[in-house]
Write a protein that binds this ligand. Structure first.
Ligand SMILES: [Fe+2]
Length: 552
């Protein structure tokens, strides 16, 4: 069974190929178009995954017309959305699209059902009773849905429909209140929140907006769709505290702290209520955009009844095509629960393509190439150099997990400051650490929910003896870290670099941040990576088995 599933008309645009219940290709259009979805999110209904289709058709020789099943997003409020999409792509693509054939095998998928299927079926929670929860701003007229996952089947329980306030909209409101951009800067708010203090009056306002919970639902809004959240909040906020609060960094940190805490408390309360109703279900699978919030995820992991949490690495709408494929298979009794070995489902590039890039006139006279020597890389990192790492297939989801990654030393602030300046990045969130698998438990408190620590989707506490040893990888206030555990069998090159760095320094940790400058999607082609070298963003660049640097 070979499925081609699309996402568009959502925050993300892309596609996935699912073959025999496993991901084969997962593409996000913004990696190819080089325009981040968040920068033009208001145009989301006009973006289609044309470049992803070209990648599939031409590069991977997968005939678009030759799949067993085609899945399309059910777009609430737009009649004939799939027909419109097929009509558009058949005109825009430069290869033949057999619209009638595709239509005869096509189905529309549910938004939250697909989020949940991705979370449950990739959780690896074999023979466990799972509470499966998806929460975001809105999709298919719901901002949340809850399922029970058991014996490889998902059963719908309940959800929050579009007539009620939405947790995703709440966090967008908080982000905008602090002067940031929704769908892009939420991570900054999470980072700021650990710098602030809790102010009771403010806490009550936030809680009144997001709650009180009606069982396992949020409050109904009066008359203004997702704008109601903003109206309720601003009315109360300015009536009580107004601009006297809204003045300096300390206050903004306090607002972030309070907004985050009210958010965490409300969602934990919701999960606790679900647990009251389904007490046997002690494994939790989470998906949907709000679970990009690594601090919220830590709170959920700390609930005493939770045995283990899994947060899908592609928790946003970019995960929908893969999730919908798994959901389709499950509805045909054809999907097992499995564990992701990695998320390298994007494109890779051949030696010839890389060589063509190197030889082009933009680069050939400017760079020096040498065979990759892992020990030299460790030495360069020890000397506070910044290193770009480009290898294999691109990651699926918002995090760079070792194939399109920038590496730096976590021990000193020098590399941290250099990296922050070069990436034009100055938020409160520290860079995330990669850590050798065999030492992870010595440094971080990962006894619970260790699998999810392979994907940088949750904060973990750091053991006190390491607080001063890897300061650049930890939050400066609470010393937490959103870690990625690196296994030798899952990313050999990154593992070897870490190991060599450990032998040299005694520290099995490096900073890992995504390989892109501010506002740009993560690098896709070798050319994007090479531009980062030529423009001085990285000091050295690894592409597969070569090390590149600038000519002196
Ligand atoms: Fe979503």
């Amino acid at each position: 069974m070979k499925i081609l599933s699309f996402v568009y008309g959502e925050h993300s645009c892309g596609l996935a190929v699912i073959e025999n219940g496993r991901p084969k290709y997962c593409y996000e259009e913004d990696r190819f178009s080089r325009v981040k979805s968040s920068t033009d999110w208001k145009n989301l209904f006009f973006r289609f995954p044309i470049l992803s289709m070209y990648e599939l058709q031409y590069k991977n020789q997968e005939n678009i017309n030759d799949f067993d099943v085609y899945l399309f997003p059910k777009i609430y409020g737009i009649d004939g959305a799939t027909d419109q999409f097929l009509s558009k792509i058949s005109k825009q693509c430069n290869f033949y699209i057999d619209v009638d054939k595709i239509k005869s095998k096509s189905f529309e998928y549910d938004h939250h059902g697909s989020h949940c299927a991705l979370a449950y079926y990739t959780s690896g929670f074999f023979n466990k009773k799972c509470l499966v929860v998806s929460i975001d701003a809105l999709g298919c007229n719901h901002s949340a849905k809850y399922y029970l996952g058991e014996n490889g089947k998902m059963k719908y329980i309940d959800g929050i429909d579009g007539g009620r306030l939405s947790y995703g909209t709440y966090y967008a409101m908080l982000t905008e209140l602090l002067g940031f951009q929704r769908l892009k800067d939420e991570g900054k708010v999470v980072g700021m929140s650990s710098h602030g203090e809790i102010i009771d009056d403010l806490y009550n306002i936030f809680t009144n907006v997001i709650g009180p919970l009606d069982g396992i639902k949020t409050r109904k809004f009066k008359d203004n769709f997702d704008g109601q959240m903003f109206i309720d909040f601003y009315t109360e906020f300015f009536k009580l505290v107004g601009s006297r609060f809204y003045k300096n960094t300390k206050t903004l940190n306090n607002i972030a702290a309070v907004g985050q805490l009210a958010f965490e408390n409300s969602i934990c309360e919701l999960l606790n209520k679900l647990h009251d109703l389904y007490a046997d279900y002690d494994h939790v699978c989470l998906s949907g955009g709000i679970f990009a919030n690594v601090k919220l995820n830590k709170r959920i992991n700390e609930l005493t009844w939770v045995k283990e949490v899994y947060i899908t690495p592609s928790m946003g709408d970019e995960g929908l095509p893969l999730g919908s494929g798994l959901l389709y298979n499950s509805s045909n009794n054809n999907q097992d629960v499995f564990r992701l070995n990695d998320v390298y489902f994007g494109s890779d590039y051949s030696g010839l393509e890389i060589q063509d890039t190197i030889n082009c006139e933009n680069f050939v006279d400017k760079i020096v190439c040498e065979d990759l020597d892992i020990d030299k890389v460790a030495q360069l990192l020890d000397q506070q150099h910044i290193i770009g790492l480009f290898q294999g297939r691109m990651e699926y989801g918002p995090r760079a997990l070792g194939n399109r990654t920038i590496l730096a030393d976590a021990r000193k602030v020098e590399a941290y400051n250099k990296l922050n300046d070069r990436l034009n990045r100055n938020d409160c969130m520290p860079f995330a650490p990669v850590v050798l698998e065999e030492y992870a438990v010595d440094i971080f408190k990962i006894e619970k929910s260790r699998y999810t620590a392979e994907f940088m989707t949750m904060l973990y506490e750091t053991k006190s003896e390491w607080h001063d040893r890897i300061p650049s990888a930890l939050h400066p206030i609470d010393k937490t870290a959103r870690i990625q555990i690196v296994h030798e069998t899952k990313n050999k090159l990154l593992y070897d670099i870490l190991k060599s760095f450990y032998i040299r320094t005694g520290v099995p940790v490096l900073i890992n941040t995504s390989f892109n400058v501010h506002e740009e999607p993560i690098v896709c082609w070798p050319e994007n990576a090479m531009n980062h070298l030529v423009n001085g963003i990285v000091d050295y660049l690894i592409i597969e088995n070569k090390l590149y640097s600038l000519k002196k």
